[in-house]
Design a protein around this ligand. Sequence first.
Ligand SMILES: *Cc1c(COP(=O)(O)O)cnc(C)c1O
Length: 358
Amino acid sequence: MPPVTPPIHLSTTYLRNPDGTYENGYVYSRAGNPNRQALEEQLAELEGGAYALAFSSGMAAIQSLFLALKTGDHLLLPDDVYFNVRLLLDEVMADWGLTYTAVDMTDLQAIEDALQQNTRLVWLETPSNPQLKVTDIAAVCSLVDDRDIRVAVDNTWPTPIHQLPFALGADYVVHSTTKYMGGHSDVLGGALIAKQEDDWAAKLRRIQHVGGAVPSPMDCYLVSRGLQTLRLRVQAQTTSAHQLATFLEGHDEIEAVLYPGLPSHPQHDVAKKQMREGFGAMLSVLVRGDAKRAMSVAAKLQHFAVATSLGGVESLVEHRKSVEGPASATPNNLLRLSVGVEPVATLIEDWEQALATN
Ligand SMILES: *Cc1c(COP(=O)(O)O)cnc(C)c1O
């Protein structure tokens, strides 16, 4: 009888048949292995894509798409894109000869104005990090529809539970599976999912197989296991995040709450239109006062670990400005919260005590 839980295939190499063929097509683990194939099938199905390629990190998945571009190509990036994406282009790939324009992706006119003759890729991240700005994916896709431009969406934050970019017109979806998909802060991974088998498919598969930034079978197994509870975890975390956001918005010591589920959010209507079953489990708050006050509130929290990353079952809080550096546009008093699966009453009480001024 086959096992209910799949085994982890650690072998890097596979026996060849006497006639020269390979059973199931597996030859060498970098090119493919059962755990990666199972994960890629799960990922493609979750996003509704034609195929998925798993990578060893979210950044490796992002880079795979940039490697498919040619010298001289131009991209549009959100002005508050995940900061390592800029580092990748500015430093790691500086000699590749790509250029980009950073744009406020909530402003369709600004996007249109930034398009160039050689623009080949529009990169979206919505809700954005850490200001939770929401981009109208369908509107951006229709804006570039009649041009030779592909649209990629980093769907790490909303996950396919809350947002399906392919249904809105996007060509590629990227994930840091390190976050909600793994879900337990114990595995690093990434994924690139394509809506269709287009003329980049062979090239992207080559980048994965030959470039070799692939996840280990163990890592694939862990992400696959995380995916089994993705819906349950994300729904619980989102419900708590929405309640916490509502509580914090009413608190005197909080200047503003940035959460797309709140009617006060500037793009709440866009979020309602393109997200489903809730608005995700990430939010940011502006604490009344300066950076020092924000950091001292974070330090007083007992049920939010002060650490970077997000999407795990444990709640995390982070002062983003001090991570991103002085050039970042993030407000000094901003704390970013990743809401976990703890009882929401515990989390709300924790904020109540941390914000108490006496
Ligand atoms: C974490 C993250 C990444 C990078 O993923 P890694 O797995 O750390 O390489 C990219 N985009 C977003 C939105 C992220 O949160």
